[in-house]
Design a binder for this molecule. Structure first.
Ligand code: GLC
Ligand code: CA
Length: 574
């Protein structure tokens, strides 16, 4: 038996803020720290325990702050260090903890380390990054055939040293060389800098990319050829590398174990086996991971996310159940459908028209009913939707812009087809400004927002949601409150029920004699399920639901309305 009390982050709910789009306090069209501080009462009322703040550090914004040029400075557009300290103090005063984004797989090309590194091969910072000579006798003469996450080669030429440097993302995001102990020491130091200021943890950007698959001769291998042409998908080549564990355990030893903090590692390509090891309570280095398997289910297998495919509900059941089951004894799950890299889940897996409210609540029930730490992305609690992008000029995101150029200009794919993929999957969908009120630009800014506000702000906004007891917002409040009140939600064992049902996701949570049944109809029509055996013939209580309560007899089947979600509670002693 594990006698350690359960850590605070296991019973917490996290709220992610994308600072550029949350609240603009000074009318320059860009969200900022004083804007966030002004909305802390809103978050307190919602009930969240932790805020995860996407990067606020100094950055040339090639990738909206995920390209950092100074880890210890605040981006001037967002405010000052005083603004930061005030915000943190005000969060703590409300019992809200702060999780910072830690982006240390790469820096900006404007970081002082890289400015130095690229000057000469014997500069003391040269070895902070990853360099390789051209390969004689092949065309192009790149060190490997890897395609970068934001298109093009991962290799960019550096004239002063006559070498290539590696960038897994944009060419303005050079990868750090984690084999160099000085790099690791610098990272530990900057982590301590923020922890000593009082921050409560880190979300670690693509942390499972830091160890590269070096070969004994000091080169990197080519990616397998899966398509014509030189460039091949390269992203997978730098995931879960051989020294990942070492680097993370060292970080725990040097930094994390000395603080009462929470960590979540972003880990594309992570398997449950890896997650069990990395997030083991005693032996593991991190508290939880963001896995991506469920985010790939609506793309063609083996293809990029832009190759659209309708979600098959049974794939979602299999995937999420595997994560629940495999981490039941060791490790811990993070639970999410939304973040700043994903389109709005409501438009993606629910219905953003007639059943917007019902389907937003249904998806929330699915996620918040599971075992793990739930994450709410700004605006998710309002049922915000994807943006009706008509032309690429309306987009800002580097990933989308590069993909579009590559597809339309480079490969001659039909514009309309590409725009359809952008509407479905583009990251700007979730980055449009937060919709606060019916004022111009949704009350986000008194100026012109950096990215247009979704025109549906007149209907979907925080002021309207707070005023309406039946809103998505109040439903999230209830879900968050339930987690505090019901230990079965935090600790209960998960079991998938009715696995074959193509329309409804049903699962149970069990703790002692308590049973919590979570039932989610994924269709815009009525559906029927076999009544879960735990409640057949038993008194049960409806804990929460997204349709008006109606009397049900404890018969063999349970009828559900469109997108109906239910949480039912029973005791199995009687
Ligand atoms: C992570 C971030 C994403 C960013 C990328 C490169 O996936 O979430 O927004 O573009 O890393 O830093
Ligand atoms: Ca501003």
């Amino acid at each position: 038996m594990n006698l350690n009390p359960s850590p605070w982050w296991q019973s917490s709910v996290v709220y992610q803020i994308y600072p550029r789009s949350f609240c603009d306090s000074n009318g320059d069209g860009i969200g900022d720290l004083p804007g966030i501080t002004s909305k802390l009462d809103y978050l307190k009322t919602l009930g969240v325990d932790i805020v995860w703040l996407s990067p606020i550090y100094q950055s040339p914004n090639d990738d909206n702050g995920y390209d950092i040029s100074d880890y210890r400075a605040i981006m001037p557009e967002f405010g000052t260090m005083q603004d930061f300290e005030h915000m943190l103090e005000q969060m703590h005063a409300r019992g809200i903890r702060l999780m910072m984004d830690l982006v240390v797989n790469h820096t900006s090309d404007e970081h002082e380390w890289f400015r130095q590194a690229r000057l000469s091969r014997d500069n003391p910072y040269h070895d902070f990054y990853i360099w390789a000579d051209p390969v004689e006798g092949r065309e192009p003469n790149h060190p490997t055939n890897w395609e970068a996450a934001f298109n093009g080669s991962v290799w960019e030429w550096n004239e002063p040293t006559g070498e290539y440097f590696l960038h897994m993302f944009s060419k303005r995001q050079p990868d750090l060389n984690w084999e160099n102990p000085r790099v690791r020491r610098e990272v530990h130091n900057l982590m301590r800098f923020w922890l000593d200021k009082g921050v409560d943890g880190f979300r670690m950007d693509v942390i499972n990319m830091i160890s590269k698959p070096w070969q004994p001769d000091g080169t990197l291998p080519d990616a397998p050829r899966v398509r014509p042409g030189f460039l091949q998908p390269g992203f997978g080549m730098s995931l879960n590398g051989p020294r990942l564990q070492d680097f993370l355990l060292e970080m725990k030893q040097e930094v994390l174990r000395h603080y009462d903090c929470v960590t979540v590692g972003e880990a594309p390509g992570a398997t449950t086996e890896l997650a069990r090891v990395i997030t083991d309570r005693e032996q593991g280095a991190l508290d939880m991971l963001f896995q991506f398997e469920h985010m790939h289910l609506d793309a063609q297998p083996g293809q990029s996310k832009w190759h659209l495919k309708a979600l098959d509900l049974s794939d979602l059941k299999v995937t999420l159940s595997r994560w629940q089951d495999d981490l039941a004894e060791s490790g811990w799950n993070s639970l999410y459908l939304n973040n700043h890299d994903q389109p709005r889940s409501l438009s993606r897996f629910g219905c953003d028209g007639q059943y917007r409210v019902e389907s937003a609540k249904m998806l929330a029930t699915l996620i918040h009913g599971m075992k793990g730490t739930p994450y709410v992305y700004q605006g998710e609690e309002l049922g915000m939707t994807n943006f009706p992008f008509q032309s690429i000029e309306e987009c800002q995101d580097i990933e989308t812009l590069n993909m579009y150029a590559d597809a339309v200009t480079g490969r001659g794919i039909d514009r309309a087809e590409v725009m359809q993929a952008v509407r479905a999957k583009g990251r700007d969908n979730s980055r449009t400004p937060m919709q606060w009120t019916t004022a111009p630009h949704g009350g986000f800014s008194t100026g012109i927002p950096w990215l247009a506000v979704n025109p549906n702000f007149t209907e979907i906004n925080a002021a309207a949601a707070v005023a309406d007891e039946e809103s998505v917002y109040h439903y999230y409040r209830s879900l968050i409150e339930l987690r505090r009140e019901m230990p079965v939600l935090v600790h209960g064992q998960y079991a998938l029920l009715d696995a074959e049902n193509p329309d409804v996701y049903v699962y149970a949570r069990a703790l002692g004699d308590e049973r919590l049944l979570v039932i989610c109809n994924f269709r815009a029509r009525e559906a029927t399920i076999a009544t879960p055996s735990d409640i057949v013939g038993r008194a049960y209580r409806r804990v929460l639901g997204n349709w008006p309560e109606r009397s049900r007899d404890a018969s063999q089947t349970l009828a559900l309305r469109p997108f109906e979600a239910l949480m039912l509670h029973a005791r199995v002693t009687d």
